[in-house]
Design a protein around this ligand. Structure first.
Ligand code: GRF
Length: 200
């Protein structure tokens, strides 16, 4: 019997890793036809790394202090992700901006999740930006990553209401619940898309 080649995901994290967990859970439930080939963190203390240990997933802490500059750090990431034959790179709370060389190395194969309805509220503190703007609706977006921050083509979005009584915490929580639903779905769409050869 021939072993079916699994679609390989690399997940880049810096912190809590709840989106990573939603991807792990979807794979374990067999809702997502993929495997996580590597999780890469730029923070040694990221709780996301504990999730990897718990689920037997290979993870790496790549220490930015060991590299002379951003370019060399990006090159180390490229080398590692190529070695692990990643088909798709999923940014899940990865708090570094990727340079041109990295984007070019994996063109149309890097995706990100952002807690706003892009193009509204890109960058830092999008939930705070939504509250300050008086927006009545916000949400989350999964998008392809290009050279601009939080700006590539949208794959999936979901809306949530913004209530007058919301704080950053309550709005963030409402959005996060939707993030955990749409990120695995968006990954599944990318798998279907890459399998049919349209975006590679
Ligand atoms: C999420 O809100 C995600 O949209 C943003 O960073 C946060 C990461 O949370 N890019 P977690 O580490 O996945 O729990």
């Amino acid at each position: 019997m021939t072993k079916e080649k699994k679609f390989k995901l690399a997940v880049l994290v810096s912190g809590r890793g709840s989106n990573l967990q939603s991807i792990i859970d979807s794979i374990e439930r067999k809702d997502l036809a993929a495997e996580i080939t590597i999780v890469l963190s730029n923070k040694s203390s990221a709780p996301a790394l504990d999730r990897c240990r718990k689920h037997g997933i290979e993870s790496v802490f790549l220490d930015p202090k060991l590299y002379s500059d951003k370019l060399h750090y990006d090159r180390a990431m490229i080398q590692l992700l190529q070695k692990k034959s990643a088909d798709l790179i999923c940014l899940a709370g990865f708090m570094r901006i990727l340079g041109k060389e990295f984007i070019q190395a994996f063109r149309n194969r890097i995706i990100n999740i952002h807690p706003s309805l892009l193009p509204a509220f890109p960058g830092l503190h999008p939930q705070r930006q939504a509250l300050d703007s008086g927006a009545k609706v916000s949400g989350c977006t999964v998008h392809f990553v290009n050279e601009e921050v939080d700006a590539g083509p949208v794959i999936l979005q979901t809306t949530v209401p913004v209530h007058d009584t919301d704080t950053v915490e309550t709005l963030s929580q409402r959005i996060l619940e939707q993030e955990h639903i749409i990120y695995p779905k968006a990954i599944q769409l990318c798998i279907q898309n890459q399998s049919s050869g349209r975006r590679t």
